[in-house]
Design a binder for this molecule. Structure first.
Ligand SMILES: Cc1cc2nc3c(=O)[nH]c(=O)nc-3n(C[C@H](O)[C@H](O)[C@H](O)COP(=O)(O)OP(=O)(O)OC[C@H]3O[C@@H](n4cnc5c(N)ncnc54)[C@H](O)[C@@H]3O)c2cc1C
Length: 404
């Protein structure tokens, strides 16, 4: 593992830092007070500035709107950008996953039509994989597409589709052949979210927001030219999409950390003394510190792989599994420390409490999204520790014969 920037990396860091100091500060805001459309408009504005500055897609070729840079430059830029609270979350899935898939599996026409508009933040994308009966086992999806003329008719339902209600396009996984085993009969398409027959219903969350949706497809027509990859190769395209998700290193989950807890423990009284002097609290902070260091070191390992031109391994699953668990545990501890006052909002407890509220309400979601704890542990067991694989009894059975 190499912790230091090379001379070239240090020069790029300096350049990115200088550009961010000039351009990111005006966008560095606390988004909690903004309505969704105001926040989205700000995200789009920032993305356009980033694109014009040449930082929207550092590793992409210049002719597609990128910079022609290296993966480690992208990691360095992400690290530097994370010092600012720039509004960008509405692009995480579109730019982190969907448009990468369009670039890899789409035609030249697709790249010309969609890539620059996405990179500049003019069009937003969502990922339509999960269904009511297929999340971890995404190859079990039921939404079907049947050939009709020069296209396909799509029928079915997706769920948990983040941002669908403000997205322009999506990547859609459907079943095109129920007579072969489940992984083999899938195909991926680009879908226009405003196409006739697409109904989007936002889901209401415990925090009052609606970040994700149910999406219904009632005989939606998709031209065959909007297919990504070959018919029946959808699983391969889907796995690539999940790999893009996993390789998005250099970012953090933005959760509460041990240092935030130390601040809260200093300011909170427990049995007549600052909570930070209590052995039980100190022990929990130390556990968090150890986990944090482990996550940092694994992230450095992934960055070193990128710096050397190779891809990080399945260890990245550990980063996500520990990071999400720790963020949630830290928020529980912060709530406990504040006793009954923990129920109050940042308006009453001060803006610093915002990250506690965020970690508490998002903690559970992050232990599911992008691979649940159990699925990540399966990956770690099989691919890192070399333990025997999960039992997969339906692997070779035609999808049509599987029990619903
Ligand atoms: C915040 C958030 C955003 C999301 N955004 C999107 C999105 O934009 N697009 C999209 O397509 N999906 C999205 N999802 C859906 C997400 O991908 C699924 O929730 C996730 O894959 C889990 O699937 P599930 O909810 O169907 O749970 P299930 O797969 O039904 O799992 C239920 C429980 O069983 C466990 N389990 C399942 N299989 C195994 C196994 N083999 N071994 C051990 N335990 C197992 C799971 O760990 C879990 O505890 C989002 C989810 C969240 C929480």
């Amino acid at each position: 593992m190499d912790f230091n920037d090379t001379a070239e990396e240090a020069a790029f860091r300096e350049e990115a830092r200088g550009w961010l100091a000039q351009n990111a500060a005006p966008f560095s805001i606390e988004p909690s007070g903004l309505a969704e459309d105001e926040y989205n408009a700000l995200c789009k504005k920032w993305q356009a500035v980033k694109y014009d500055g040449g930082y929207a897609a550092i590793t992409w070729p210049v002719e597609l709107g990128g910079r022609g840079g290296s993966p480690i430059q992208q990691v360095i830029y992400n690290q530097e950008e994370s010092r600012y609270q720039v509004p960008s979350s509405i692009f995480a899935i579109g730019l982190g996953i969907c448009i990468q898939v369009v670039n890899k599996f789409g035609s030249d026409d697709h790249r010309e039509r969609y890539v620059q508009k996405a990179l500049r933040g003019e069009e937003i994308w969502c990922q339509l994989f999960s269904e009511p009966a297929a999340g971890s086992d995404v190859a079990g999806i039921r939404t079907s597409a049947v050939r009709e003329g020069d296209g396909w008719r799509v029928k079915g339902q997706k769920v948990w589709t983040s941002g669908a209600h403000f997205c322009d396009f999506g990547i859609l996984l459907v079943r095109t052949d129920p007579d072969v085993p489940k992984h083999k009969g899938l195909t991926m398409f680009i879908v226009d979210m405003k196409a006739p027959g697409v109904t989007i219903r936002p889901l209401k969350q415990i925090n009052g927001r609606s970040d994700f949706n149910e999406v219904f497809f009632d005989d939606v027509f998709i031209p065959d030219t909007d297919r990504l990859g070959a018919v029946g190769e959808g699983w391969h395209v889907c796995v690539s999409a999940l790999m893009f998700e996993r390789h998005a290193v250099g970012n953090t989950l933005g959760f509460l950390e041990y240092n935030n807890i130390m601040d809260i423990a200093r300011d909170t009284e427990l049995a007549g003394a600052p909570a930070i002097s209590d052995g039980r609290i100190r022990e929990r902070i130390v556990d968090m510190y150890i986990n944090s260091r482990a996550v940092d070191l694994l992230t450095y390992r992934a960055q070193t792989a990128l710096s050397r031109g190779t891809l990080p391994g399945p260890e990245q699953s550990i980063v996500k599994a520990i990071g999400a668990y720790q963020g949630q545990q830290a928020s529980y501890l912060a709530m406990d420390l504040r006793d009954q006052f923990g129920m109050l909002a940042p308006g009453e407890l001060g803006e610093a409490w915002g990250i506690v509220e965020y970690s508490w309400t998002w903690g559970a979601a992050m232990r599911i999204a992008g691979g649940s704890d159990e699925i990540l542990r399966n990956i770690i067991a099989e691919r890192v520790l070399g333990l025997p694989g999960d039992i997969r009894v339906d692997k070779d059975v035609p999808y049509r014969e599987l029990a619903a």
